[in-house]
Design a protein around this ligand. Structure first.
Ligand code: HEM
Length: 452
Protein backbone atom coordinates (compact mmCIF):
# COMPACT_ATOMS: atom_id res chain seq x y z
CA UNK A 1 0.00 0.00 0.00
CA UNK A 2 1.82 3.04 1.25
CA UNK A 3 5.43 3.09 0.16
CA UNK A 4 6.50 5.46 2.96
CA UNK A 5 5.18 5.87 6.48
CA UNK A 6 3.56 9.24 7.21
CA UNK A 7 6.04 11.54 8.91
CA UNK A 8 4.69 14.84 10.21
CA UNK A 9 5.83 17.68 7.98
CA UNK A 10 6.94 15.29 5.32
CA UNK A 11 5.06 14.15 2.24
CA UNK A 12 3.91 10.61 1.85
CA UNK A 13 3.35 8.40 -1.15
CA UNK A 14 -0.16 6.99 -1.42
CA UNK A 15 -1.23 4.07 -3.57
CA UNK A 16 -3.19 4.84 -6.73
CA UNK A 17 -6.22 2.99 -8.10
CA UNK A 18 -6.42 -0.83 -8.09
CA UNK A 19 -3.93 -2.54 -10.41
CA UNK A 20 -4.25 -5.59 -12.61
CA UNK A 21 -1.61 -8.30 -12.23
CA UNK A 22 1.21 -7.72 -14.74
CA UNK A 23 -0.56 -4.78 -16.40
CA UNK A 24 -0.80 -2.49 -13.42
CA UNK A 25 -2.83 0.61 -14.32
CA UNK A 26 -1.95 0.41 -18.01
CA UNK A 27 -5.50 -0.42 -19.27
CA UNK A 28 -7.10 2.46 -17.35
CA UNK A 29 -4.37 4.84 -18.49
CA UNK A 30 -4.61 3.73 -22.14
CA UNK A 31 -8.43 3.96 -22.14
CA UNK A 32 -8.67 7.54 -20.88
CA UNK A 33 -5.36 9.14 -19.86
CA UNK A 34 -6.90 12.50 -18.96
CA UNK A 35 -9.62 10.99 -16.76
CA UNK A 36 -7.06 8.64 -15.23
CA UNK A 37 -4.78 11.54 -14.26
CA UNK A 38 -7.69 13.36 -12.63
CA UNK A 39 -8.41 10.19 -10.62
CA UNK A 40 -4.76 9.97 -9.59
CA UNK A 41 -4.86 13.54 -8.35
CA UNK A 42 -7.91 12.63 -6.30
CA UNK A 43 -5.85 9.93 -4.53
CA UNK A 44 -3.27 12.37 -3.12
CA UNK A 45 -0.40 14.71 -3.89
CA UNK A 46 2.20 11.99 -4.52
CA UNK A 47 0.63 8.81 -5.88
CA UNK A 48 2.26 5.52 -6.76
CA UNK A 49 0.93 3.73 -9.85
CA UNK A 50 2.17 1.14 -12.29
CA UNK A 51 2.55 1.25 -16.03
CA UNK A 52 2.82 -2.48 -16.61
CA UNK A 53 5.56 -3.65 -14.26
CA UNK A 54 7.12 -0.19 -14.03
CA UNK A 55 6.63 1.71 -10.77
CA UNK A 56 5.85 5.36 -11.34
CA UNK A 57 4.88 8.38 -9.28
CA UNK A 58 2.25 10.96 -10.15
CA UNK A 59 2.55 14.38 -8.55
CA UNK A 60 -0.01 17.16 -8.30
CA UNK A 61 1.15 19.66 -5.70
CA UNK A 62 2.64 22.83 -7.27
CA UNK A 63 5.78 22.75 -5.04
CA UNK A 64 6.52 19.21 -6.21
CA UNK A 65 5.85 20.09 -9.84
CA UNK A 66 8.24 23.00 -9.38
CA UNK A 67 10.89 20.65 -7.95
CA UNK A 68 10.46 18.31 -10.90
CA UNK A 69 10.63 21.06 -13.53
CA UNK A 70 13.46 23.04 -12.00
CA UNK A 71 15.36 19.82 -11.23
CA UNK A 72 15.23 18.42 -14.75
CA UNK A 73 18.86 18.16 -15.93
CA UNK A 74 20.15 18.14 -12.33
CA UNK A 75 17.98 16.08 -9.97
CA UNK A 76 15.87 14.33 -12.63
CA UNK A 77 16.68 13.34 -16.19
CA UNK A 78 14.75 14.65 -19.16
CA UNK A 79 13.23 11.63 -20.93
CA UNK A 80 14.68 10.75 -24.31
CA UNK A 81 12.43 11.26 -27.28
CA UNK A 82 12.01 8.49 -29.83
CA UNK A 83 13.75 7.87 -33.17
CA UNK A 84 10.99 9.65 -35.16
CA UNK A 85 11.67 12.87 -33.24
CA UNK A 86 15.38 12.45 -33.95
CA UNK A 87 14.74 11.91 -37.64
CA UNK A 88 12.73 15.12 -37.94
CA UNK A 89 14.32 17.38 -35.33
CA UNK A 90 17.87 16.02 -35.70
CA UNK A 91 20.03 17.14 -32.82
CA UNK A 92 18.12 20.34 -32.07
CA UNK A 93 17.59 21.77 -28.59
CA UNK A 94 14.49 19.62 -27.87
CA UNK A 95 16.21 16.31 -28.67
CA UNK A 96 19.57 17.07 -27.00
CA UNK A 97 20.74 16.39 -23.46
CA UNK A 98 23.58 17.48 -21.15
CA UNK A 99 26.33 19.81 -22.40
CA UNK A 100 25.14 19.57 -26.05
CA UNK A 101 21.68 20.75 -24.97
CA UNK A 102 23.16 23.61 -22.90
CA UNK A 103 25.20 24.86 -25.88
CA UNK A 104 22.21 24.69 -28.24
CA UNK A 105 19.86 26.38 -25.82
CA UNK A 106 22.32 29.26 -25.43
CA UNK A 107 22.62 29.53 -29.23
CA UNK A 108 18.87 29.50 -29.90
CA UNK A 109 17.80 31.76 -27.02
CA UNK A 110 18.83 35.08 -28.65
CA UNK A 111 16.55 34.28 -31.62
CA UNK A 112 13.48 34.34 -29.35
CA UNK A 113 14.42 37.08 -26.89
CA UNK A 114 11.79 39.80 -26.31
CA UNK A 115 13.39 42.33 -28.69
CA UNK A 116 13.26 39.77 -31.49
CA UNK A 117 9.69 38.73 -30.71
CA UNK A 118 8.73 42.36 -31.11
CA UNK A 119 9.92 42.27 -34.71
CA UNK A 120 8.16 38.93 -35.39
CA UNK A 121 4.94 40.54 -34.10
CA UNK A 122 4.65 42.51 -37.35
CA UNK A 123 4.59 39.28 -39.35
CA UNK A 124 2.05 37.73 -36.97
CA UNK A 125 -0.35 40.66 -37.39
CA UNK A 126 0.24 40.82 -41.15
CA UNK A 127 -0.78 37.16 -41.53
CA UNK A 128 -3.79 37.54 -39.21
CA UNK A 129 -4.92 40.68 -41.07
CA UNK A 130 -4.74 38.80 -44.40
CA UNK A 131 -7.04 36.18 -42.90
CA UNK A 132 -9.44 38.81 -41.48
CA UNK A 133 -9.60 40.27 -44.97
CA UNK A 134 -10.37 36.87 -46.53
CA UNK A 135 -13.05 35.91 -43.99
CA UNK A 136 -16.62 36.74 -45.05
CA UNK A 137 -19.67 37.31 -42.83
CA UNK A 138 -21.84 34.19 -42.79
CA UNK A 139 -18.98 31.98 -43.99
CA UNK A 140 -18.78 28.52 -42.45
CA UNK A 141 -15.27 27.50 -41.38
CA UNK A 142 -13.38 24.58 -39.88
CA UNK A 143 -11.80 26.53 -37.02
CA UNK A 144 -8.86 24.18 -36.47
CA UNK A 145 -7.97 24.08 -40.13
CA UNK A 146 -8.08 27.91 -40.35
CA UNK A 147 -5.96 28.37 -37.23
CA UNK A 148 -3.36 25.76 -38.22
CA UNK A 149 -3.06 27.28 -41.70
CA UNK A 150 -2.58 30.69 -40.09
CA UNK A 151 0.04 29.59 -37.56
CA UNK A 152 1.78 27.61 -40.31
CA UNK A 153 2.08 30.78 -42.40
CA UNK A 154 3.31 32.73 -39.38
CA UNK A 155 5.87 30.03 -38.53
CA UNK A 156 7.26 29.84 -42.07
CA UNK A 157 7.42 33.63 -42.50
CA UNK A 158 8.94 34.37 -39.09
CA UNK A 159 11.52 31.64 -39.75
CA UNK A 160 12.47 32.34 -43.35
CA UNK A 161 11.09 35.79 -44.15
CA UNK A 162 10.29 36.22 -47.82
CA UNK A 163 12.83 33.57 -48.93
CA UNK A 164 10.12 30.93 -49.13
CA UNK A 165 7.69 33.14 -51.08
CA UNK A 166 5.71 30.87 -53.38
CA UNK A 167 6.96 27.76 -51.54
CA UNK A 168 5.41 28.37 -48.11
CA UNK A 169 2.92 25.57 -48.70
CA UNK A 170 5.59 23.10 -49.83
CA UNK A 171 7.68 23.53 -46.71
CA UNK A 172 4.69 23.94 -44.38
CA UNK A 173 2.98 20.79 -45.69
CA UNK A 174 6.17 18.72 -45.39
CA UNK A 175 6.60 19.92 -41.79
CA UNK A 176 2.98 19.02 -41.04
CA UNK A 177 3.27 15.54 -42.56
CA UNK A 178 6.41 14.99 -40.47
CA UNK A 179 4.71 16.26 -37.32
CA UNK A 180 1.64 14.05 -37.83
CA UNK A 181 3.86 11.05 -38.52
CA UNK A 182 5.73 11.61 -35.23
CA UNK A 183 2.37 11.64 -33.44
CA UNK A 184 1.32 8.40 -35.20
CA UNK A 185 4.43 6.69 -33.84
CA UNK A 186 2.97 7.10 -30.36
CA UNK A 187 -0.40 5.56 -31.18
CA UNK A 188 -1.68 2.01 -31.40
CA UNK A 189 0.42 -0.86 -32.62
CA UNK A 190 3.05 1.35 -34.28
CA UNK A 191 4.36 2.08 -30.78
CA UNK A 192 5.60 -1.49 -30.57
CA UNK A 193 7.16 -1.76 -34.06
CA UNK A 194 10.94 -1.38 -34.30
CA UNK A 195 11.95 1.67 -36.37
CA UNK A 196 13.21 -0.38 -39.32
CA UNK A 197 9.76 -1.91 -40.03
CA UNK A 198 8.39 0.04 -43.02
CA UNK A 199 4.82 1.30 -42.75
CA UNK A 200 3.03 3.71 -45.10
CA UNK A 201 3.24 6.37 -42.37
CA UNK A 202 6.98 5.90 -42.03
CA UNK A 203 7.48 6.14 -45.78
CA UNK A 204 5.53 9.42 -45.74
CA UNK A 205 7.68 10.59 -42.86
CA UNK A 206 10.95 9.90 -44.70
CA UNK A 207 9.68 11.60 -47.87
CA UNK A 208 8.62 14.66 -45.85
CA UNK A 209 12.02 14.84 -44.14
CA UNK A 210 13.73 14.77 -47.55
CA UNK A 211 11.60 17.75 -48.67
CA UNK A 212 12.34 19.63 -45.44
CA UNK A 213 16.08 19.01 -45.78
CA UNK A 214 16.10 20.19 -49.39
CA UNK A 215 14.01 23.33 -48.73
CA UNK A 216 15.77 24.43 -45.55
CA UNK A 217 19.15 23.64 -47.13
CA UNK A 218 18.32 25.76 -50.18
CA UNK A 219 17.14 28.76 -48.15
CA UNK A 220 20.09 28.55 -45.75
CA UNK A 221 22.58 28.28 -48.63
CA UNK A 222 21.08 31.31 -50.39
CA UNK A 223 21.07 33.36 -47.20
CA UNK A 224 24.69 32.51 -46.43
CA UNK A 225 25.68 33.54 -49.96
CA UNK A 226 23.90 36.90 -49.98
CA UNK A 227 25.00 37.55 -46.36
CA UNK A 228 22.03 39.84 -45.71
CA UNK A 229 20.86 40.13 -42.09
CA UNK A 230 17.05 40.13 -41.97
CA UNK A 231 14.51 40.33 -39.19
CA UNK A 232 13.72 36.62 -39.12
CA UNK A 233 14.65 33.57 -37.06
CA UNK A 234 16.94 32.19 -39.77
CA UNK A 235 19.12 35.33 -39.69
CA UNK A 236 19.33 35.10 -35.90
CA UNK A 237 20.38 31.43 -36.08
CA UNK A 238 23.01 32.23 -38.72
CA UNK A 239 24.35 35.09 -36.57
CA UNK A 240 24.51 32.97 -33.38
CA UNK A 241 28.01 32.24 -31.96
CA UNK A 242 28.93 29.75 -29.25
CA UNK A 243 31.38 30.42 -26.40
CA UNK A 244 34.35 29.78 -28.68
CA UNK A 245 32.90 32.15 -31.27
CA UNK A 246 31.88 29.30 -33.59
CA UNK A 247 28.73 29.55 -35.75
CA UNK A 248 26.07 26.84 -36.19
CA UNK A 249 26.80 24.46 -39.07
CA UNK A 250 24.21 24.11 -41.88
CA UNK A 251 22.98 20.88 -40.27
CA UNK A 252 22.62 22.62 -36.87
CA UNK A 253 20.73 25.52 -38.44
CA UNK A 254 18.42 23.03 -40.14
CA UNK A 255 17.79 21.16 -36.87
CA UNK A 256 17.00 24.29 -34.86
CA UNK A 257 14.81 25.79 -37.60
CA UNK A 258 12.74 22.58 -37.77
CA UNK A 259 12.63 22.41 -33.95
CA UNK A 260 11.27 25.95 -33.70
CA UNK A 261 8.68 25.22 -36.38
CA UNK A 262 7.50 21.93 -34.88
CA UNK A 263 7.62 23.31 -31.31
CA UNK A 264 5.56 26.35 -32.12
CA UNK A 265 3.16 25.82 -34.97
CA UNK A 266 0.67 23.19 -33.84
CA UNK A 267 0.80 24.16 -30.15
CA UNK A 268 -0.19 27.76 -30.88
CA UNK A 269 -2.67 26.85 -33.63
CA UNK A 270 -4.44 24.45 -31.29
CA UNK A 271 -4.52 27.01 -28.48
CA UNK A 272 -6.26 29.45 -30.81
CA UNK A 273 -8.74 26.76 -31.89
CA UNK A 274 -9.70 26.05 -28.29
CA UNK A 275 -9.88 29.78 -27.55
CA UNK A 276 -12.53 30.31 -30.26
CA UNK A 277 -14.40 27.24 -29.05
CA UNK A 278 -14.44 28.46 -25.44
CA UNK A 279 -15.37 32.01 -26.40
CA UNK A 280 -18.23 30.72 -28.49
CA UNK A 281 -19.61 28.91 -25.43
CA UNK A 282 -19.10 31.84 -23.08
CA UNK A 283 -20.93 34.86 -24.48
CA UNK A 284 -20.18 37.07 -21.46
CA UNK A 285 -16.41 36.57 -21.86
CA UNK A 286 -16.73 37.05 -25.60
CA UNK A 287 -18.60 40.33 -25.17
CA UNK A 288 -15.97 41.56 -22.69
CA UNK A 289 -13.22 40.68 -25.14
CA UNK A 290 -14.95 42.51 -27.99
CA UNK A 291 -15.43 45.54 -25.73
CA UNK A 292 -11.71 45.64 -24.80
CA UNK A 293 -10.72 45.40 -28.45
CA UNK A 294 -13.16 48.14 -29.43
CA UNK A 295 -11.94 50.47 -26.68
CA UNK A 296 -8.24 49.96 -27.32
CA UNK A 297 -8.05 49.43 -31.07
CA UNK A 298 -11.17 51.22 -32.35
CA UNK A 299 -11.04 49.14 -35.53
CA UNK A 300 -7.32 49.47 -36.36
CA UNK A 301 -4.89 46.55 -36.64
CA UNK A 302 -3.05 45.92 -33.36
CA UNK A 303 0.71 46.11 -32.95
CA UNK A 304 3.20 44.97 -30.34
CA UNK A 305 2.80 48.16 -28.26
CA UNK A 306 -0.92 47.47 -27.84
CA UNK A 307 -0.23 44.30 -25.88
CA UNK A 308 0.02 46.16 -22.57
CA UNK A 309 -3.45 47.61 -23.17
CA UNK A 310 -5.03 44.21 -23.87
CA UNK A 311 -5.00 42.46 -20.46
CA UNK A 312 -8.31 40.69 -20.96
CA UNK A 313 -7.27 39.28 -24.34
CA UNK A 314 -4.17 37.85 -22.65
CA UNK A 315 -6.33 36.43 -19.84
CA UNK A 316 -8.48 34.66 -22.44
CA UNK A 317 -5.33 32.98 -23.79
CA UNK A 318 -4.09 32.03 -20.32
CA UNK A 319 -7.45 30.57 -19.35
CA UNK A 320 -7.56 28.62 -22.63
CA UNK A 321 -4.10 27.22 -21.85
CA UNK A 322 -5.37 26.25 -18.40
CA UNK A 323 -8.35 24.28 -19.68
CA UNK A 324 -6.78 22.87 -22.85
CA UNK A 325 -3.00 22.80 -22.39
CA UNK A 326 -1.48 21.60 -25.69
CA UNK A 327 1.30 19.86 -23.73
CA UNK A 328 -0.72 17.84 -21.24
CA UNK A 329 1.90 15.59 -19.69
CA UNK A 330 5.46 16.00 -18.38
CA UNK A 331 7.83 13.42 -16.96
CA UNK A 332 11.27 13.21 -15.40
CA UNK A 333 13.38 10.22 -14.41
CA UNK A 334 14.90 10.25 -10.92
CA UNK A 335 18.69 10.33 -10.70
CA UNK A 336 20.55 8.90 -7.75
CA UNK A 337 19.62 10.78 -4.58
CA UNK A 338 16.48 12.46 -6.04
CA UNK A 339 13.90 13.84 -3.64
CA UNK A 340 10.47 15.41 -3.85
CA UNK A 341 9.38 17.50 -0.88
CA UNK A 342 12.08 15.76 1.18
CA UNK A 343 10.79 12.35 0.17
CA UNK A 344 13.46 10.08 -1.35
CA UNK A 345 12.67 8.93 -4.88
CA UNK A 346 14.53 5.77 -5.96
CA UNK A 347 16.82 6.17 -8.97
CA UNK A 348 15.08 5.36 -12.26
CA UNK A 349 11.55 6.10 -10.99
CA UNK A 350 9.57 7.93 -13.65
CA UNK A 351 7.80 10.91 -12.10
CA UNK A 352 4.74 12.09 -14.02
CA UNK A 353 2.76 15.27 -13.80
CA UNK A 354 -0.08 16.48 -15.97
CA UNK A 355 -1.08 19.98 -16.90
CA UNK A 356 -4.57 18.65 -17.64
CA UNK A 357 -5.25 17.46 -14.08
CA UNK A 358 -3.12 20.05 -12.22
CA UNK A 359 -4.88 22.91 -14.04
CA UNK A 360 -8.18 21.53 -12.77
CA UNK A 361 -7.17 21.44 -9.11
CA UNK A 362 -10.03 23.14 -7.23
CA UNK A 363 -7.59 24.24 -4.49
CA UNK A 364 -6.18 26.87 -6.86
CA UNK A 365 -8.88 27.07 -9.52
CA UNK A 366 -12.36 27.14 -7.90
CA UNK A 367 -15.09 25.78 -10.20
CA UNK A 368 -12.25 24.38 -12.33
CA UNK A 369 -14.26 23.47 -15.43
CA UNK A 370 -15.60 27.01 -15.83
CA UNK A 371 -13.96 29.28 -18.41
CA UNK A 372 -13.21 32.40 -16.37
CA UNK A 373 -10.52 34.64 -17.84
CA UNK A 374 -10.95 36.96 -14.84
CA UNK A 375 -9.15 34.37 -12.66
CA UNK A 376 -6.07 35.98 -14.13
CA UNK A 377 -6.94 39.52 -12.96
CA UNK A 378 -3.86 41.01 -11.31
CA UNK A 379 -5.51 41.03 -7.86
CA UNK A 380 -6.62 37.37 -8.10
CA UNK A 381 -3.30 35.95 -9.32
CA UNK A 382 -1.50 35.98 -5.93
CA UNK A 383 -3.89 33.16 -4.87
CA UNK A 384 -2.49 30.89 -7.59
CA UNK A 385 0.81 29.30 -6.51
CA UNK A 386 3.82 29.04 -8.81
CA UNK A 387 3.67 25.91 -10.98
CA UNK A 388 -0.09 25.44 -10.47
CA UNK A 389 -0.31 26.59 -14.12
CA UNK A 390 2.55 25.36 -16.27
CA UNK A 391 1.52 25.09 -19.94
CA UNK A 392 5.07 26.02 -20.93
CA UNK A 393 6.81 23.70 -18.45
CA UNK A 394 9.37 25.47 -16.28
CA UNK A 395 12.95 25.51 -15.06
CA UNK A 396 15.99 25.13 -17.28
CA UNK A 397 14.04 23.38 -20.04
CA UNK A 398 11.07 25.72 -20.02
CA UNK A 399 9.58 26.48 -23.41
CA UNK A 400 11.89 28.74 -25.39
CA UNK A 401 8.97 30.05 -27.39
CA UNK A 402 6.58 30.91 -24.51
CA UNK A 403 6.73 34.64 -25.17
CA UNK A 404 6.55 34.12 -28.92
CA UNK A 405 3.44 31.95 -28.45
CA UNK A 406 1.67 34.34 -26.06
CA UNK A 407 2.34 37.36 -28.29
CA UNK A 408 1.18 35.42 -31.35
CA UNK A 409 -2.02 34.14 -29.73
CA UNK A 410 -2.98 37.54 -28.27
CA UNK A 411 -2.27 39.46 -31.50
CA UNK A 412 -4.10 36.93 -33.68
CA UNK A 413 -7.15 36.96 -31.38
CA UNK A 414 -7.09 40.77 -31.21
CA UNK A 415 -6.90 41.10 -35.00
CA UNK A 416 -9.69 38.65 -35.74
CA UNK A 417 -12.02 38.98 -32.73
CA UNK A 418 -12.49 42.71 -33.24
CA UNK A 419 -14.04 41.91 -36.63
CA UNK A 420 -15.73 38.52 -36.17
CA UNK A 421 -17.56 36.38 -33.66
CA UNK A 422 -16.79 32.75 -34.36
CA UNK A 423 -20.01 30.85 -33.61
CA UNK A 424 -19.17 27.19 -33.08
CA UNK A 425 -21.95 24.62 -33.55
CA UNK A 426 -23.81 23.32 -30.48
CA UNK A 427 -22.01 19.95 -30.20
CA UNK A 428 -19.45 19.39 -27.45
CA UNK A 429 -15.90 18.92 -28.69
CA UNK A 430 -13.80 16.63 -26.53
CA UNK A 431 -10.01 16.67 -26.34
CA UNK A 432 -8.00 13.83 -27.87
CA UNK A 433 -4.61 13.00 -26.47
CA UNK A 434 -1.68 12.69 -28.85
CA UNK A 435 1.58 14.52 -28.95
CA UNK A 436 -0.52 17.58 -28.18
CA UNK A 437 -4.09 17.86 -26.94
CA UNK A 438 -6.29 18.21 -30.02
CA UNK A 439 -10.04 18.54 -30.58
CA UNK A 440 -11.31 15.04 -31.36
CA UNK A 441 -13.55 16.32 -34.14
CA UNK A 442 -13.72 19.29 -36.46
CA UNK A 443 -14.77 22.53 -34.77
CA UNK A 444 -17.19 23.94 -37.34
CA UNK A 445 -18.29 27.52 -36.94
CA UNK A 446 -20.03 30.37 -38.71
CA UNK A 447 -18.48 33.84 -38.87
CA UNK A 448 -20.65 36.72 -37.68
CA UNK A 449 -19.47 40.33 -37.88
CA UNK A 450 -18.99 42.15 -34.58
CA UNK A 451 -21.50 45.01 -34.35
CA UNK A 452 -19.78 48.42 -34.74
C1 HEM B 1 1.02 27.52 -26.82
C2 HEM B 1 2.17 27.22 -27.39
C3 HEM B 1 3.26 26.40 -26.75
C4 HEM B 1 3.21 25.52 -25.71
C5 HEM B 1 2.00 25.12 -24.88
C6 HEM B 1 4.55 25.01 -25.51
C7 HEM B 1 4.91 24.13 -24.50
C8 HEM B 1 6.21 23.70 -24.26
C9 HEM B 1 6.62 22.87 -23.16
C10 HEM B 1 5.69 22.33 -22.07
C11 HEM B 1 7.96 22.66 -23.27
C12 HEM B 1 8.84 21.85 -22.31
C13 HEM B 1 8.97 20.43 -22.82
C14 HEM B 1 9.85 19.55 -21.96
O1 HEM B 1 10.52 20.02 -21.04
O2 HEM B 1 9.83 18.35 -22.21
C15 HEM B 1 8.40 23.35 -24.45
C16 HEM B 1 9.71 23.36 -24.91
C17 HEM B 1 10.12 24.03 -26.03
N1 HEM B 1 9.35 24.87 -26.82
FE1 HEM B 1 7.41 25.29 -26.58
N2 HEM B 1 5.38 25.57 -26.44
C18 HEM B 1 4.64 26.43 -27.21
C19 HEM B 1 5.10 27.24 -28.24
C20 HEM B 1 6.40 27.28 -28.69
C21 HEM B 1 6.88 28.13 -29.74
C22 HEM B 1 6.04 29.18 -30.48
C23 HEM B 1 8.20 27.82 -29.94
C24 HEM B 1 9.18 28.42 -30.91
C25 HEM B 1 9.10 29.61 -31.43
C26 HEM B 1 8.54 26.78 -28.98
C27 HEM B 1 9.79 26.21 -28.85
C28 HEM B 1 10.15 25.34 -27.84
C29 HEM B 1 11.51 24.80 -27.70
C30 HEM B 1 12.69 25.07 -28.62
C31 HEM B 1 11.48 23.97 -26.55
C32 HEM B 1 12.63 23.14 -25.99
C33 HEM B 1 13.35 23.82 -24.83
C34 HEM B 1 14.46 22.95 -24.25
O3 HEM B 1 14.39 21.72 -24.33
O4 HEM B 1 15.40 23.54 -23.70
N3 HEM B 1 7.43 26.48 -28.23
N4 HEM B 1 7.32 23.99 -25.04
Amino acid sequence: MTAEAAVPGRDTVVAGPRRLPGLGNLPAFARDPLGFFVRLRGCGDVVEWRLGPQRALFISRPEHIGELLTGIETVFRHPELGWAFKLVLGDGVVTSEGPAWRRKRALVQPAVRPRQVRSYARTMVECAAELAHAWQPGQSIDVRREMLALTQRIAVRTLFGSDTAGREDVIGSAMDVAQRAIGDEFRGLTLFLPPWVPTPGRRRLRRAVAVIDAEVGRVTGERRRDGEDRDDLLSRLLAARDEEGGPLSDKEVRDEAVTLYIGGHETTGTTLTWAWYLLSRNPVARARLAEELKQVLAGRTPDFDDLRQLPYTEQVVKETLRLFPPVWLMTGIAKEGSELGGLPVPEGTVVWSSQWSAHRDPRWFPDPEAFRPERWDADAVPGIPDHAWFPFGGGARACLGARFAMVEAVLVLATLAQRFHVDAGPGEVAPRTGLTLQPDSAVRAVLRPVEG
